[in-house]
Design a protein around this ligand. Sequence first.
Ligand code: IMP
Ligand code: MG
Length: 181
Amino acid sequence: MEKHNDILHILIDRETLSKRVDEMGKQISKDFAGKRPLIISILKGSWIFLADLIRAMDIDADVDFMAISSYGSGTNSTGEIKLIMDLNRSVKGRDVLIVEDIIDSGLTMDYMLKLLKARGANTVTIATLLSKPSRRKIQIPIDYVGFEIEDKFVIGYGLDFDEKFRGLKDIAVLRPEAYQN
Ligand code: IMP
Ligand code: MG
């Protein structure tokens, strides 16, 4: 992919991402040994992470998808969570592993935890590639974090700004001028 003017700098390069995702996959496989988790990937940001994570795992797992939106087209959460696409199977009695791209305010994950518990999941575990702890509005228990990052808007490796940049192989910081007008 060509270098874009809206990119300030690379924050996490592809080799570092790959190594960390492999480690996470191995750790998750160990922790879920003998179980068959139901992986729920939160669309759309997490599918590239999921694709690499699941290939780093060596246990059986089911995969399903949910689409949640907490953002308009800007870089700041509206705080309003919308369920855009639901699962097509039951979570009742299942050990659920949520796979998320980034946890920012925590509102999306708080919503997911409550929803899945209300639907009767046996356990709910969270794996996120990125976390911005300084942005948290609500504290949630995160079981696996790839990288903790500062309060910068990042793109690439599945993460978008206004639906662009998902295909970048590295995680990069978006130039503030790109979204502050
Ligand atoms: P939360 O509900 O505020 O934790 O928002 C989480 C969601 O906001 C993530 O799943 C992303 O879709 C989006 N998001 C938060 N920060 C970023 C970012 O830096 N780049 C791209 N998307 C982000
Ligand atoms: Mg997301």
